[in-house]
Write a protein that binds this ligand. Structure first.
Ligand code: HEC
Length: 126
C-alpha cells in the first residue's frame, strides 16, 4: 500500500514537472524582444515598399528616394513625448486631419497591430 502510494506520488510529481515545463516554456519563448530588435523590425516595415512604404511620402534617415508629401520624420521624441500619441497618429492620421493624404495604417488594417508597434518603436527612435 505504502509502495503504491509512493509510486503514485512519484507519477504525480513527474506530471507536475511536465506541466510546469509546458506552462513555463511558452512564456520564455514569448519573452520581450529587446529594443534594438524591435527597432530593426520597424525600420524594415517603414522602408519596405510593399508594407509601410513610409518613404514614399517622408524623408527618413538614410532612406533612398524619399517623397516629400509628408514632413520629414526627425526628432520624433521631441515632437511626440507620448509614444501612444505617435502610435495613434500612425494608426489613424485622419483622426487629427480628416483630409490627410496618409493611409490610416491601423484603421484600414494595412498593417497589423504588432507591425504598428514595431513601426512606432522605430519612428520614435528617430
Ligand atoms: C501617401 C503619403 C504618405 C505615406 C505613404 C505616409 N505618410 Fe505619414 N504623413 C503624410 C502627410 C501628408 C502627413 C502630414 C499630416 C497629415 O496630413 O496627416 C503625414 C504625417 C505623419 C506623421 C506626423 C508627423 C508630424 O510631424 O506630426 C507621422 C508620425 C507619420 N506621418 C508617419 C508615417 C509612417 C510611419 C508611415 C509609413 C507606415 C507614413 N507616415 C506613410 C503622408 C504620408
Amino acid at each position: 500500500m505504502t509502495k503504491t502510494f509512493r509510486s503514485l506520488a512519484a507519477v504525480a510529481g513527474t506530471l507536475a514537472l511536465v506541466t510546469g515545463t509546458l506552462l513555463v516554456t511558452p512564456a520564455v519563448g514569448a519573452a520581450e524582444e529587446d529594443a534594438a530588435t524591435r527597432i530593426a523590425k520597424g525600420k524594415a516595415i517603414a522602408y519596405g515598399r510593399t508594407q509601410g512604404n513610409c518613404l514614399a511620402c517622408h524623408m527618413i534617415e538614410d532612406g533612398e528616394s524619399p517623397g516629400n508629401l509628408g514632413p520629414p520624420l526627425i526628432a520624433m521624441k521631441a515632437r511626440y513625448p507620448d509614444r501612444d500619441k505617435l502610435r495613434a497618429q500612425i494608426w489613424d492620421p485622419t483622426a487629427a486631419n480628416p483630409e490627410s493624404a496618409m493611409v490610416p495604417f491601423g484603421k484600414y488594417q494595412v498593417l497589423t497591430e504588432k507591425e504598428i508597434d514595431y513601426l512606432t518603436d522605430y519612428i520614435w527612435s528617430l
